[in-house]
Write a protein that binds this ligand. Structure first.
Ligand SMILES: C[S@@+](CC[C@H](N)C(=O)[O-])C[C@H]1O[C@@H](n2cnc3c(N)ncnc32)[C@H](O)[C@@H]1O
Length: 196
């Protein structure tokens, strides 16, 4: 009972944020910078896709995209944008914690700005052999106050590497507060890792 009340409150919060947002969000840098590592046509999942900016970007790049989110408002906005842009994306309103992806079901799984640590094994298993995980979210080490305040929703030092130690690292970036903090890619960590 208590759990479902919490979930309902979470859902309402996300629905409101997605309804109020002016745009579809930002394309994840980890995808913009590394999508050349996959061949066109591969099956990609955007897990907790939000309003779908990155799902749309991957579909426009020729990937076969599936996008899931808890929020029906987010999924509706993504579906509308996909129709306007003439793109085909398989969408679903889905609680990915209650219903994670099936084992060996995707060639690419993208997770951006969603951190549920208990899902890491299921996300890694969802990749087919040779498949790639693309992950990007906020780190605790940060130079701005962007992103969630709670440490629970921010990554510790090298944490993506630890969470996905079962995969082979292909790209990793986490600049923390080193050097000239007015430059670089700050407040975030990204990982591209392969299931071999
Ligand atoms: C910070 S947003 C990130 C959205 C998108 N990935 C992006 O980069 O813009 C987090 C998303 O996670 C979704 N979410 C939260 N809990 C979820 C769950 N259990 N299952 C699926 N989606 C969930 C929210 O609705 C929200 O769209």
């Amino acid at each position: 009972m208590a759990d479902s009340m919490v979930d309902q409150a979470l859902l309402e919060t996300w629905n409101r944020r997605h309804a109020e947002a002016e745009d579809l969000g930002r394309v994840a840098t980890v995808v913009e910078q590394n999508l050349h590592l996959v061949k066109p046509g591969v099956q990609a999942l955007d897990l907790a896709c939000g309003r779908g900016a990155t799902a749309l970007y991957m579909a426009a790049a020729g990937l076969d995209v599936t996008a899931w989110d808890l929020s029906p408002v987010a999924i509706q906005r993504l579906e509308l944008a996909a129709a306007e842009q003439g793109l085909s994306i398989r969408t679903a309103v889905r609680d990915v914690i209650a219903a994670p992806p099936e084992p060996a079901s995707f060639d690419l799984v993208l997770v951006s700005y969603f951190l549920e640590r208990s899902l890491a094994p299921a996300i890694a298993r969802a990749l087919r052999p040779g498949g790639l995980l693309f992950y990007q979210t906020f780190s605790r080490a940060a130079v701005s106050d962007e992103g969630p305040r709670s440490e629970q929703y921010r990554l510790g030092d090298n944490e993506l590497l630890d969470l996905f130690a079962m995969l082979k690292v292909r790209v990793y970036r986490e600049e923390r507060c080193l050097g000239d903090t007015s430059r670089g890619w700050r407040d975030l960590a990204m990982l591209v890792a392969e299931r071999v």
